[in-house]
Write a protein that binds this ligand. Structure first.
Ligand code: FES
Length: 366
């Protein structure tokens, strides 16, 4: 069988453009208009604090297609909006939508993530209904990559595993040429690492030139994988994809400063290390052009506060990784919590989905 299809066909959803709209007043958000009720038909404990949910349409109809690495916006039972990577690979390009989505949720400790993941794990049972948006391709495989370095930390394995599964599956079925990858999965130990057995079993795929390895550090980062040999020498056509805790992504960012920035890709939602930030404080935002003054509660993002006051704001990842909600601020002491802005941009811009003021007032150019 000839293998002629380019892996660009793996992508089915365009990445959202970076654009922010905040007027006219409108309470409708992208997620609100796209919500569907899916049924939880299976929940599987994948690791000590990680549960995988299988979601299907109540009538069994195919679901909207997703791309490898895409995430699913959901409304947790406690009302919190969260994004979770879809772990199952999309069907073949000509096969329509998938019959189910698989998402894996790590139950974060109390106080981290304001309870969205705890609500998912504690309250969703088989037979429950979950409101979800359409899949968002915020971490897309690029069309022209010739090789991939896939780096996952902890629950960050979910989008990375979907990519690896998709590439191997598509190659095995003859749908596209091999796109070789090196997958490195970093985790504390086997008990806390979801899908570690599957990643380890991938091993070396000689036919595709791919390799997958699991690295346990026992809780001591110094005992973990040394990433520098992987990243020291940029290679033409090689793209790096990384999803995991902030410390891991910071390390990858530091070690890839000499790479072409367009070849380095991050995804962080649901795996951020909230403990590295100052405790949330309430503050207010003043909209310089609209004239509004809007309070932002301790457990509320600027994005949520704007929406709750009738302003429409474009967003996608809602985790500080896609750049869609980029906004300009004029005054205020901002704590940047995104993975998008360059240092020189932070003096004037912020991502309203995650970043906050350290109290007082923040003036937005809106
Ligand atoms: S919505 Fe993606 S960075 Fe804010």
């Amino acid at each position: 069988m000839s293998i002629a299809v380019n892996c660009s066909q793996l992508q089915s959803i365009a990445r959202p453009v970076s654009f922010t709209v905040i007027s006219p007043r409108c309470p409708v958000t992208t997620l609100d208009t796209d919500l569907s009720a899916l049924r939880v038909v299976r929940r599987t404990q994948r690791a000590a604090a990680i549960v995988e949910f299988e979601l299907v349409a109540p009538d069994g109809a195919p679901l909207p297609r997703h791309a490898p690495g895409a995430h699913l916006p959901v409304v947790a039972p406690n009302g919190m909006r969260r994004n979770y990577s879809i772990v199952n690979p999309p069907p073949a390009p000509d096969a329509g939508g998938p019959d189910q989505y698989l998402i894996a949720v790590k139950r974060e400790a109390d106080g981290v993530g304001r309870g969205g993941s705890a609500s998912m794990v504690d309250e969703l049972v088989e037979g429950s209904t979950l409101m979800v948006g359409k899949p968002v391709d915020g971490f897309p495989l690029v069309d022209d990559a010739r090789a991939l370095i896939l780096i996952a930390g902890g629950i960050g394995i979910t989008p990375i595993l979907c990519m690896a599964r998709t590439l191997l599956q598509r190659h095995a079925s003859g749908e596209c040429a091999a796109l070789p990858f090196q997958l490195h999965y970093l985790a504390r130990d086997a008990a806390t690492a979801a899908y570690a057995d599957e990643v380890a079993a991938m091993g070396t795929k000689t036919a595709t030139g791919s390799q997958a390895q699991v690295h346990f550090d026992g809780g001591d980062p110094a005992a973990g994988l040394d990433l520098w040999p992987l990243l020291e020498a940029p290679r033409a056509g090689t793209h790096v994809y990384c999803c995991g805790p902030t410390g891991l992504m910071d390390a990858v960012r530091d070690m890839t400063g000499h790479w072409n920035p367009s070849t380095i890709h991050f995804e962080s939602f649901g795996v951020g290390d909230a403990t590295q930030f100052e405790p949330n404080q309430a503050f207010q935002v003043r909209l310089a052009r609209a004239g509004d003054i809007i309070p932002v509660a301790v457990d509320e993002s600027i994005l949520e506060a704007l929406r709750n006051h009738g302003h429409r704001v474009q967003s996608s990842c809602e985790s500080g990784t896609c750049g869609t909600c980029r906004s300009v601020y004029l005054e205020g002491d901002v704590e940047h919590r995104d993975m998008v802005l360059a240092e020189e941009e932070k003096a004037e811009q912020l991502m309203v989905c995650v970043s906050r003021a350290r109290g007082g007032e923040l003036v937005l150019d809106l």
